[in-house]
Ligand binder design. Structure first.
Ligand code: ATP
Ligand code: MG
Length: 390
């Protein structure tokens, strides 16, 4: 294994007391992600090092790991001036730059040339071989040469990591995942803050199709690339939804339906040790997301509900959906239980007392229990198996 990848932790280093826990979890998340590769991981308080033989492939994977701030590919050579010169030229030849700087760090004091002198030797060699200039203050490219006991590591500029906290550091949240654009983005943003996810999808067959369900499985699989632990709970919502349409005035069906969804999400969260519910609601986007609607719907539970995209414009949400690769799947034209039988004039300022009154028209508690007790749980969501669903 001739290469070393160096990982910088970023934001987690500010959490002094929990630092050890953060770093251990990050290392375990990385080990889990790279379990099929022949690698060695070691870490200290400021850096993590991965020894491997295929750094470019590994770096692509690491770009999706929350908790990583910067990634550097180090190239290992024997500690002798000629090998170092050759490697520096080989690395720089493939780059487009006008100015550079050499920065030598000499951890192995047995190496007889001092750092400053070595900067000059290697810098001079670069100037002889490549048309460029030295700029020690603001170079286009910095070549770092670390001379260590086990060899010399050479690296160029840092690759930006995705940031955030290691997934799982905050425990788990229950993501209400529909087939739309917003909820996968909400899930991604929660993962970024270290919240691992379970997903909850309400399906109403035969009013909603198998394609609609498979689309949600695919979305869960895409966001699972940032976690590896995500499960999808599919709630059989048909009977409850039909009871709502039978017993509630048309303009209130969406409000009541969403109150039922929250009640179920709360019960399933408790059952699965989730500390919060997460959803893709965005203020003012539809009738059920006006401030009055949010408050009337939310009043069925004291459980915390986090809405990561609440204050984003649709275009900002779409930008993220493109970035995380969920957009193309989200726009596939399959119906959701919220869009079937959509009333012509859903209420935008619902009255809480009317909701309570309408809910007395039918025994929703037992229907809710039936939903919760008949959930289908899908595990093993990954890139290779989600393609077979669509
Ligand atoms: P869109 O991108 O079209 O707005 P959406 O998923 O945001 O899709 P909304 O009707 O705005 O759909 O629903 C608001 C939120 O409620 C969703 O983001 C999601 O968290 C939750 N939700 C809606 N329908 C379902 C469903 N069938 N299963 C699980 N959660 C749902
Ligand atoms: Mg929405």
């Amino acid at each position: 294994m001739d290469n070393l990848i160096l990982i910088k932790y970023g934001e987690l280093t500010t959490k002094k007391a929990n630092r050890k826990v953060f770093i251990k979890l990050l290392a375990s998340n990385i080990k889990n992600l790279l379990k099929d590769f022949d690698i060695k991981i070691r870490f200290d308080r400021v850096r993590m090092y991965i020894e491997c033989s295929n750094p470019n492939v590994i770096v692509e994977k690491l770009k999706n790991v929350f908790g990583i701030h910067g990634i550097v590919i180090c190239h290992k050579v024997n500690t002798n001036t000629d090998d170092i010169k050759d490697k520096v030229i080989e690395l720089l030849k493939s780059k487009n730059f006008k100015t550079f700087k050499i920065k030598t760090k000499r951890a192995d004091k047995n190496f007889e040339i001092h750092s400053m002198d070595f900067n000059n030797i290697i810098g001079g060699h670069v100037l002889k071989n490549i048309d460029c200039k030295v700029d020690v203050h603001n170079p286009d490219i910095t070549v770092t040469i670390e001379i260590r006991m086990d060899g010399t590591y050479i690296y160029l500029n840092e690759i930006k990591g995705i940031g955030g906290y290691p997934v799982g550091i905050q425990g788990k949240g229950m993501l209400m995942l529909s087939g739309g654009i917003d909820s996968p983005v909400a899930g991604y943003l929660a993962l970024k803050r270290g919240v691992d996810l379970e997903c909850l999808y309400f399906e109403s067959p035969p009013h909603t199709s198998l394609e609609a369900k498979n689309k949600v499985i695919k979305l869960a699989s895409i966001i699972n690339e940032y976690s590896g632990n995500i499960k999808l709970n599919v709630v059989p919502f048909t009977k409850l939804q039909e009871a709502i349409y039978k017993n509630v005035p048309e303009n209130y069906v969406i409000t009541i339906m969403r109150r039922m969804m929250y009640r179920i999400a709360y019960k399933v969260s408790l059952k699965n040790k989730c500390k919060i519910i997460i959803n893709g609601e965005s203020i003012g986007q539809v009738a059920s997301q006006t401030l009055t609607s949010i408050s009337v719907i939310n009043s069925v539970t004291n459980f915390p509900i986090i809405r990561p995209v609440a204050c984003m414009d649709k275009l900002e949400i779409i930008d993220i959906a493109h970035k995380i690769n969920t957009y193309e799947t989200s726009i596939l034209p399959y119906e959701d239980c919220c869009t079937i039988f959509l009333p012509r004039h859903p209420i935008i300022n619902p009255d809480i007392n009317k909701c309570i009154l309408y809910e007395k028209n039918f025994d929703y508690e037992s229907l809710i229990d039936e939903c919760v007790n008949n959930i289908e749980t899908i595990t093993n969501l990954n890139e290779t198996n989600y393609n077979e669903f669509l």
